[in-house]
Write a protein that binds this ligand. Structure first.
Ligand code: AMP
Length: 581
């Protein structure tokens, strides 16, 4: 650890002095410059320890790149276009200067810092550095989030301009990262839990359990600061606070799933829809998406069906909603996603696509504090007893491989994606992607990739961004690495809309190519993964085509490089070769 840095933190966070945002920014810079997890948690713990109680949650949220706690429905709702315009006003630098800085660093935060440094040298524009505190920054972020209605864009712009013009280069770097949700320092939530445990001397397992139940590590940290271990020991689920989702790994086929689950398992249809977590308290029902955002307003019929069928006063249920046409047959997922788009994108989308709910889990019911430790089969039983007429996912429990194969075929023939295998005695483990749930999709499974750049097309498509660079996430660094490129799969209407969306995320332009913030996730089918020197990942998808736009997923939910590599290697295993080389 760097002694100079530590002493810096101490000076800036002396007792009774409000913590400066600058020391938070410096901590982040230090974290970004190390890959050593132990050092990251030690530095963060040291910083947290010195905070005043009211500073803990805002600081933890901001270190993780969030303006507010995760479950909080407040959003800043500031577009990248607005932000770049403000950056230009504040620094006096043109778009090309920013683009140049971005090309040098590949990171919008670092590009911002560099442009601010240049502006400072030249004593340009409106930089009036003033000492910002953590609490003050949070207050301003809240004020920005609260602005709505007519003229809100200008009002937000004014506040952000004032904030950024007070910022030093390093502060501006991290403010921009918070505004855009592009923190990516390598400090993820798991490491933050370790830092909190260390800072406030609470066992890690206690912190993890509390964080899972409260849905936010920032608030847990604040509780740990004031009440220590005892305060965390008793936190339970809170209704209307979404619980982190249990996720699935992939199995190659039903045989692998059976083996992994000890010879017998439950197979369920894997529906091609969107995950929902439903909370009910008395007559109020709220629905949360896979991103844990509140989508209640988008799904009134889901709310109604739960109200009409679930008789217990309190419940937390999980299921999948699928879109259906007037005759009740499933319709493409894309239609459903349109209902989930963020509020500012919804305008003009009055059209209603009916949805159907299939339930598959229960986490909480009246009287019982939590059902997550109860084995899957029992939870399923409890769910069946409390779901009324709401259908559960179609399921079989079997140890017979042929029966499982037939069930998979039935699922595919009925238009579903494949199967989920669920280990019979497994608890519900929030926030983990373990082997207790395995998804089985036939053929070469599609990948969820992030668009990181796009090129204008030719001929008819010359003014549209129609050729997309597709990237997978490096789970270690949070970076995105290109694994393919495609101009196939979207309709003209979708390309026009995609062009608009990508332009709003443009960071720099290189000839025909526009580099964009990694925001939009698409599902991509392909015929093969090849070894290729073209990209840094050294892999390239062959015949890639977009099969759908995954507006329900964040870039963080995209497939990892490791997964792409695994599929790449599996291809060779199937062809009877041992090595991927
Ligand atoms: P994936 O999004 O490919 O990681 O697959 C996991 C997702 O499948 C879950 O998050 C659910 O949205 C969805 N899903 C569909 N059917 C089921 C089911 N029967 N059980 C659990 N998840 C399901």
């Amino acid at each position: 650890m760097n002694a100079e840095f530590n002493s810096n933190i101490r000076i800036l966070t002396a007792p009774n002095m409000p913590t400066l945002f600058k020391s938070l920014a410096e901590l982040l810079e230090k974290i970004e410059n190390t890959r050593k997890r132990l050092e990251i948690t030690a530095l963060t713990a040291e910083f947290l320890k010195n905070l005043a109680p009211e500073e803990v949650e805002p600081a933890v949220s901001m270190i993780l790149g969030r303006p507010f706690p995760k479950w909080n429905p407040k959003t800043l709702d500031v577009s990248w276009t607005t932000l770049t315009a403000i950056l230009q006003t504040v620094t006096g630098a043109g778009w090309n200067v920013f683009g140049e800085a971005f090309r040098g660093t590949g990171d919008i935060g670092s590009a911002t810092k560099s442009v601010f440094e240049q502006a400072k040298l030249k004593k340009q524009a409106q930089l009036l550095e003033k000492e910002l505190t953590v609490t003050e920054v949070r207050r301003i972020l809240e004020a920005i989030a609260e602005i709505t209605g007519s003229g809100s864009r200008e009002k937000k712009e004014r506040l952000i301009t004032t904030l950024l013009s007070q910022a030093s280069p390093v502060e501006a770097k991290y403010l921009v990262k918070i505004f855009t949700g592009e923190m990516r320092t390598g400090l993820h939530e798991g490491l933050m839990e370790q830092a909190v445990a260390k800072a406030f001397e609470v066992p890690l397992a206690t912190v993890q359990k509390a964080s899972m139940a409260m849905g936010d590590i920032g608030e847990v940290a604040a509780m740990a600061k004031t009440g220590g271990k005892d305060a965390l020991a008793n936190v339970g689920f809170k209704l209307f606070r979404p619980v982190k989702l249990m996720l699935a790994q992939t199995a190659a086929d039903v045989a692998e799933a059976l083996e992994e689950h000890g010879g017998e398992t439950a197979f369920e249809y894997k529906y091609d829809g969107a995950r929902v977590q439903i909370h009910k308290q008395g007559s109020e029902v709220r629905v949360f998406s896979r991103r844990l955002t509140d989508v209640t307003r988008s799904l009134p019929e889901t709310v109604e069906v739960v109200k009409a069928n679930v008789k217990t006063a309190n419940a937390i249920l999980e299921g999948e909603v699928i879109a259906v046409d007037a005759a009740g047959s499933p319709v493409p997922f894309q239609h459903l996603m349109r209902r989930f788009k963020r509020v500012h994108e919804v305008t003009g989308m009055a059209e209603k696509i009916p949805v159907r709910l299939f339930l598959f889990d229960v986490l909480y019911l009246d009287g019982k504090s939590s059902l997550i430790a109860v084995p899957y089969l029992q939870r399923r039983q409890v769910l069946a007893e409390n779901a009324g007429d709401i259908p559960l996912t179609t399921q079989i429990v079997t140890s017979d491989r042929d029966e499982a194969e037939r069930f998979l075929k039935r699922a595919i023939d009925a238009g579903h994606e494949g199967l989920m295998a669920k280990k019979l005695d497994s608890p519900y483990t929030p926030g983990t992607r373990g082997k207790s749930w395995l998804k089985i999709k036939p053929v070469l499974e599609p990948l969820d990739l992030v668009i990181v750049a796009a090129e204008y097309g030719y001929g008819r498509r010359h003014s549209w961004l129609s050729d997309y660079y597709l990237a997978a996430r490096d789970a270690e660094t949070g970076e995105f690495q290109t694994v393919g490129k495609t101009f196939k799969g979207l309709t003209d209407v979708e390309i026009v809309e995609m062009t608009k969306r990508l332009k709003a995320f443009a960071v720099s332009e290189e000839g025909n190519r526009v580099i964009v913030l990694p925001k939009i996730v698409v599902e991509v089918a392909y015929n093969e993964i090849q070894k290729s020197p073209k990209y840094r990942s050294r892999m390239a998808l062959r015949f890639a085509r977009i099969t759908r736009i995954r507006d329900d997923k964040d870039a963080e939910d995209a497939d990892t490089l490791e997964r792409v590599r695994m599929i790449y290697e599996r291809q060779f295993a199937k062809k009877g070769r041992y090595k991927a080389e």
